[in-house]
Design a protein around this ligand. Sequence first.
Ligand code: FMN
Length: 229
Amino acid sequence: MESDMTRRAFFGAAVATGAATGALAGGEARAETAAKSIKIIGLSCSPRPGKTTAAGLKAALEAARAAGPGVETELIELAGMNIPVFDPAAPGSADFEKVAAKLTDPKVAGILVGTPVYFSGMTSLAKAFLDQCMAMRKNNFALRNKVAGVLAVGGVRNGGQELAIEGVQAALLCQEMIVVGDGRPTAHTGATLLNQNDDISADEFGLSTARNLGRRVAEVALCVAAGAK
Ligand SMILES: Cc1cc2nc3c(=O)[nH]c(=O)nc-3n(C[C@H](O)[C@H](O)[C@H](O)COP(=O)(O)O)c2cc1C
């Protein structure tokens, strides 16, 4: 189980996958890095189901699948679920437990978190969910060494996408997750998309960051899985 992987095993994995890493440097990450099949989950923290955050995550997940034949994906949307503001005296909810069980499944090697930009930050739904993830931290860091990438969709260009991404990343670092950005050639903080009339299809640059993010999460997740005991 990657969540139980020791620090030593992780660094051993990094060494063992040196050849794979070399392949990544050449942009050729493929099946040879897939010691076993893995799952990448896209988690949409938009209160609106099936809208632009979900669409961005679908593009990222498609790119993740293309990174290797052993990569399967699933999109989870928090919209409509009961994810309460975290109360230390009464943590969790039935919906949170269901999603938490999926995320902590040992087969899940990567998680793509998507959020709309709300006033230059993540949505309150995203924050509530990430705060509820205190449960994973208390459960022996159950998200440890899973690879994470973050995607944000705003209504304007430079509307705070990077700030929203960094807020989510900061919370994921507290889970000992391996946080990555969008891969080359864009290679920055994460996926930054622009919503134009509830449509992201004209945002070629934003979509390229989503695809580069999905591919990058899968590449690193495959490397970790290839070396995990
Ligand atoms: C309360 C609220 C605040 C928003 N603040 C911003 C913002 O600061 N910057 C921005 O670019 N877009 C902002 N938007 C627009 C949303 O980020 C954008 O419509 C996004 O695509 C919504 O995601 P969804 O389609 O998944 O619901 C805001 C929208 C709402 C409802």
